[in-house]
Design a protein around this ligand. Structure first.
Ligand SMILES: [Ca+2]
Ligand SMILES: [Ca+2]
Ligand SMILES: [Ca+2]
Length: 471
């Protein structure tokens, strides 16, 4: 989501993501879209925080020093050795994702860092199972591998380094920043880097890579082909700061990394207290959250769990048989402030799913049903429309579809968009008062029947001969 920082100038467009919910990234691991997160707080970060890892030419060590760390006490320190040229990479291979992936980290180059030899940085890989461990300088064939890393060129210019079947040579393509004004790295200060890799669907050229620096989009390459089979999924995270290519480190110099997060959703910069408020404008309800409920009369909803699947978080619910809308799932919420909200739905796509799944949005202006094709557009937020909410609302999905099976109920998201016109606000308030009046009416008739009953009891009592003296 894109929110202008109220403290920044109007041109600065910093995009905040899921990190905005976690001050100083504390607890960010609990977000359903987060696969890995580390602040390098302990010396055994690699062993304790990742299930599978290996390393090549290890020259990176955790150090505990609040002065050196971006956040907390610990930080990863890399040593580039003068005259040396070797890879040092931590390879994490304990996950696999169906679709888009985001990797964010903070990096600082030592003051006076000499960028005269290119230096590689963190990134993600897809490697087919059983393929060679190292295949640098081998052009991908659509079935074996693809990757996207960041690297720093002469003058401290960040560029993509990406292997894909349409690259120009045997080594990966180097792609420069192509959005707005280029950023060149100043040694001695921290930067927030985030890269996104969205693999294409096999047979289509709809892959994408993006780069953000300090939350600002700096590079975007759409229409890419990374693979020719959907089985080739992203399954490796590389953490590295090696000096490489065809030159050597000009001298001993250091690089530090901190606050690294790998997720299936945009992460954005770390926030401090002052900046956390914009995210109150967003609500996400997953099928594992308290606001989600299911009911059925035909066939029960079932939960499908798979870590890192295309669904939001690690699971989705599905209803197998199509019906007449008797089997429903509902996401209920109270908005943080009245206004127009963009309402999105997330699902997990499959060929056999229905082409017309109804999402009914119960907003303050009534109910609106939007039908979506769950055979496509899975693994992303899909806009259902913009609706006004005075305070409460809900989104309902049902099995009232024309064909297919396994209707998905996964997650919904609301993002505040505007205040709402006077007409919309007044109509919503009138509808709310109508509800209050109806409630009073119901209570009044309830009270009336109690009074009638009491009246009858009094009549009976006074008609009783033994109580006649009270007459
Ligand atoms: Ca840290
Ligand atoms: Ca989910
Ligand atoms: Ca059903």
């Amino acid at each position: 989501m894109e929110i202008a920082n109220p403290n920044a100038s109007t041109e600065a467009k910093v995009e905040y993501g899921l990190a905005a919910e976690y001050l100083y990234d504390e607890g960010i691991k609990n977000h359903p879209a987060v696969i890995h997160a580390t602040g390098f707080e302990s010396a055994d970060w690699l062993e304790t925080e990742f299930d599978y890892n290996s390393w090549i030419g290890h020259r990176g060590y955790q150090v505990t020093s609040p002065d050196l760390a971006f956040s907390g006490h610990g930080v990863l320190e890399y040593q580039n050795e003068g005259g040396e040229h070797y890879p040092h990479v931590f390879q994490i291979r304990d996950f696999e994702t169906e679709g888009v992936i985001f990797l964010r980290w903070y990096r600082r180059f030592q003051s006076g860092y000499d960028f005269s030899c290119q230096s590689k940085s963190n990134g993600v890989y897809a490697r087919c199972h059983g393929c060679p461990e190292s295949s640098a300088g081998v052009k991908p064939d659509g079935y074996d591998k693809y990757s996207c890393k960041l690297q720093f060129w002469r003058g401290g210019e960040p560029k993509f380094y990406t292997y894909h079947p349409e690259q120009q040579g045997n080594y990966g393509d180097t792609l420069p920043q192509n959005v707005g004004e280029k950023i060149y790295i100043e040694p001695g200060r921290w930067y927030c880097f985030e890269i996104m890799l969205k693999p294409n669907d096999a047979g289509q050229r709809n892959g994408e890579i993006k780069l953000w620096i300090d939350g600002m989009l700096k590079a975007h390459y759409p229409d890419m082909r990374f693979r020719d089979t959907n089985d080739l999924k992203i399954n490796e995270l590389d953490i590295t700061a090696y000096v490489g290519g065809h030159c050597v480190a000009p001298r001993d110099q250091k690089v530090w990394d901190d606050n690294l997060v790998l997720a299936t959703e945009y992460i954005g910069p770390m926030v401090t207290e002052v900046m956390s408020t914009p995210h109150l404008d967003e609500i996400i309800i997953d099928n594992t959250d308290a606001g989600f409920a299911i009911s059925y009369s035909q066939d029960p909803w079932q939960e499908y769990t798979k870590v890192g699947g295309q669904h939001y978080g690690n699971s989705h619910h599905y209803n197998k048989q199509i019906g007449t809308g008797q089997d429903t799932a509902v996401w209920s919420f109270t908005v943080p402030k009245s206004g127009n909200y963009d309402v999105y739905a997330w699902w997990c796509e499959a060929d056999w799913r229905p082409p017309d799944v109804p999402y009914t949005i119960n907003h303050s202006g009534g109910s609106t049903t939007v039908r979506v094709d769950q055979r496509a557009n899975g693994g992303q937020w899909n806009l259902l429309g913009t609706f006004y909410f005075l305070n409460e609302g809900s989104v309902v999905v049902s099995d009232d579809v024309s064909s297919g099976r396994d209707i998905v109920a996964d997650a919904i998201r609301l993002a505040y968009s505007s205040e709402g016109s006077l007409g919309i606000v007044l109509r919503a308030k009138v509808a709310e008062l109508r509800d209050v009046a109806a409630e009073f009416e119901a209570k009044a008739s309830e009270l009336r029947s109690i009074v009638d009953e009491l009246d009858g009891t009094v009549d009976r009592l006074l008609g009783d001969a033994t109580l006649a003296k009270f007459n």
